[in-house]
Ligand binder design. Structure first.
Ligand SMILES: Cc1ncc(COP(=O)(O)O)c(C=O)c1O
Length: 379
């Protein structure tokens, strides 16, 4: 079988740079950008007419996005990002004084801050479960199970972690929570397009970004709510839909906002379909594996042994010993961008520092080879 060709031509990324960090902010294909521009032009030609048309267009978009996730559209709402999804979930569940909110040490920093805010406001406690980088599914479930008890209000857990690009056994964790009467909130920020039917693992709340791997316009994310919570779940901004009994429609109105991104988002799903996703995704796994091996070899380090890595991300260890400050990390990324014309991200876990490599349809092996050739002399 022939290997699919890289398609940088479908994006507008600056060809002078290698773009190896799709995972942080995504990148929007040309076709979707063009549609977005048309929609915004239409809005500016007649704002009154545009806003009258928004509800119907949002409904159509939501139905396509829900179908992509293979989830029940009645439990699917649009939110601007995974941070908003997690915040909405935390503002819905009861968090009694003295209860516990459980996270793992892989949790995304801003999600942990959200849990901290709600814990403080409710005089609850944050418990962080240590899950080793190399833990397999059984070890993850055992580590989480060991801390869940009758005081636990919720488990907040990544489906695919950011710093460690690891896939968590959500179906098992959600079932465990359900059996103990504990609410489960799944941070699936990276899951759409990397996992099939990611919202169907039985969590009480699931949120995920369309602006990452599905390459939708930014500020497009979903919140999937289990049936028993749908009436209680409210959007973070109080607007005209406050008393709408339907969950999705309640989230459609967030005051005067730019809804063009949400309306244009399905175009990116059509781009993925044209790219032969998920066959493409499986080839990108092979590509990022190979790219990570090449980079690790050039650095004299190794690729992190994550038991269940995300399809299109890998961690390559940096040779720096000990802890590096966030400021040093930012300065390093800036230097790599300026001097090597390569966009990368760094992540940290315990005292280890990694380059987290991504692969999307615009990448080719040459991108990783170029980084591998140029980075070692700079260190
Ligand atoms: C695991 C995880 N959770 C949450 C987020 C936050 O996503 P957003 O910035 O879209 O709210 C990210 C972003 O990278 C993430 O990787």
């Amino acid at each position: 079988m022939t290997v699919l060709s890289p398609r940088p031509d479908l994006w507008t990324l600056d060809p002078d740079y290698v773009h190896l960090n799709h995972g942080s902010f995504g990148a929007v294909p040309r076709r979707t950008q063009e549609l977005l521009a048309l929609l915004r032009a239409e809005a500016e030609a007649n704002p009154m007419r545009w806003f009258r048309s928004v509800p119907e267009r949002l409904t159509a978009s939501r139905l396509e996005l829900a179908a992509f996730l293979q989830t029940d559209p009645a439990g699917f709402a649009l939110v601007p990002n995974a941070s908003a999804g997690v915040t909405a979930a935390l503002s819905t569940i009861p968090i009694p004084a003295g209860s516990k909110l459980v996270l793992t040490n892989h949790a995304y920093g801003a999600v942990r801050y959200a849990a901290e805010r709600f814990a403080k406001a409710n005089r609850a406690e944050i418990v962080v479960v240590d899950v080793p980088l190399e833990a397999d599914d059984d070890a993850v479930v055992a580590a989480v199970e060991a801390v869940l008890d009758e005081r636990t209000a919720a488990l907040i857990v990544d489906q695919i972690s950011s710093a460690t690009a690891m896939v968590f056994p959500i179906r098992r964790l959600a079932a465990l929570c359900r059996s103990l009467g504990i609410a489960s909130i799944v941070d699936g920020a990276h899951a759409p397009a990397l996992l099939d039917a990611p919202a169907e693992d039985g969590a009480d709340f699931w949120t995920g970004n369309f602006h990452k791997w599905p390459a939708a316009p930014r500020a497009t994310a979903g919140l999937v709510v289990a049936e028993q919570w749908r009436t209680a779940t409210l959007p973070l901004i109080v607007s005209w839909s406050e008393y709408d009994e339907r969950l999705p429609e309640r989230f459609d109105q967030q005051g005067t906002a730019d809804y063009a991104s949400w309306i244009a988002a399905p175009e990116s799903l059509r781009v993925l379909a044209d790219l032969e996703w998920p066959r493409r995704r499986s080839e990108l796994s092979t590509l990022v594996d190979e790219g990570a091996r090449i980079l690790a070899k050039s650095l004299g380090t190794s690729v992190a042994e994550v038991a269940h890595p995300a399809a299109t991300m890998r961690l390559v260890e940096l040779p720096f010993p000990g802890e590096r400050s966030p400021d040093a990390g930012e300065a390093f990324k800036e230097k790599v961008s300026r001097e090597l014309k390569a966009e990368i991200t760094l992540t940290g876990f315990d005292t280890r520092v990694f380059i987290r490599l991504s692969a999307h349809a615009y990448n080719s092996l040459h991108d990783y080879q170029r980084l591998a050739e140029w980075l070692p002399p700079m260190l």
